[in-house]
Design a protein around this ligand. Structure first.
Ligand SMILES: Nc1ncnc2c1ncn2[C@@H]1O[C@H](COP(=O)(O)OP(=O)(O)OP(=O)(O)O)[C@@H](O)[C@H]1O
Length: 226
């Protein structure tokens, strides 16, 4: 469902051009839990932003379910980001003074789902990520890190995306909470057949994935299957 073909991203600085992503190709089948690993500066976040259409590749193609997102006009990219991709961030990026449920309802509102349906679906998703009901109406800034990450995963699932992209989802959590979040992502992947790609330094997280891609200086240096 994801095909990345010879993708390059270059930036011009004052006196030279740098290529944080320099000819990356790989593919992922639907329902795969995959990780991108690599040292700091190896190009992981840049690659993730290309896959999520937060930035445009300089050359190469990114196909999601057969649609080449590198060729989509800007007007269609907004809909792609909203409908086809779920984002999970290290810092959760919730709206602090909205409740857990309101945070999850927000992307559904952008997608035009009627209010009553948004409310029911948000509650279902929060139950799915095992956030207890007494937390649903609690403001995001009154939740623990692990609880906030659960809300952010529920929000990522809101519009039933084809692909979830997660940048260091356990980076701000203690080991035990991180472990629970890893298990949650893994079960979502395998039970709901969602494709999840995480960028991580967390070895415990990487060990739980089905496929790992190691980046070094903007290129894939190693692929591991499990
Ligand atoms: N907009 C930009 N302009 C110029 N250089 C950039 C830009 N974005 C990223 N880079 C450079 O590209 C390289 C790769 O950055 P990237 O953030 O993708 O690495 P990373 O592997 O995610 O690192 P980390 O693990 O530290 O987050 C770095 O040297 C960075 O400085």
């Amino acid at each position: 469902m994801l095909e990345v073909k010879d993708v390059v991203k270059s930036f011009k600085t004052d006196d030279h051009t740098i290529k944080p992503v320099n000819g990356v190709s790989f593919s992922l089948e639907q329902g795969t839990f995959a990780a991108i690993l690599g040292k700091s500066g190896s190009g992981k976040s840049t690659l993730l932003s290309l896959l999520g259409a937060l930035d445009k590749a300089t050359s190469g193609d990114v196909l999601v379910d057969g649609v080449n997102i590198s060729a989509l006009p800007d007007s269609k990219l907004t809909a792609y980001r909203r409908d086809d991709i779920g984002f999970v961030f290290q810092q959760y990026n919730l709206i602090p003074n909205l409740s857990a449920k309101e945070n999850v309802m927000l992307p559904m509102e952008f997608a035009g789902l009627p209010r009553a349906k948004r409310s029911v679906r948000a509650a279902q998703l929060l139950n799915q990520v095992e956030l207890t009901e007494d937390m649903h109406n609690r403001k995001a800034n009154k939740l623990s890190g692990g609880q906030q990450q659960r809300v952010s995963i529920a929000r990522a699932l809101a519009n039933n995306p084809k692909l979830i992209l997660a940048d260091e989802p356990t980076g701000n959590l203690d080991d035990e909470t991180g472990e629970l979040i890893i298990e949650l992502l893994r079960s979502l992947c395998h039970e709901k057949n969602t494709t999840i790609l995480v960028v991580t330094h967390d070895q415990a997280l990487a060990r739980k994935t089905d496929r790992r891609f190691r980046l070094a200086r903007g290129k894939i240096s190693e692929i591991t299957h499990h």
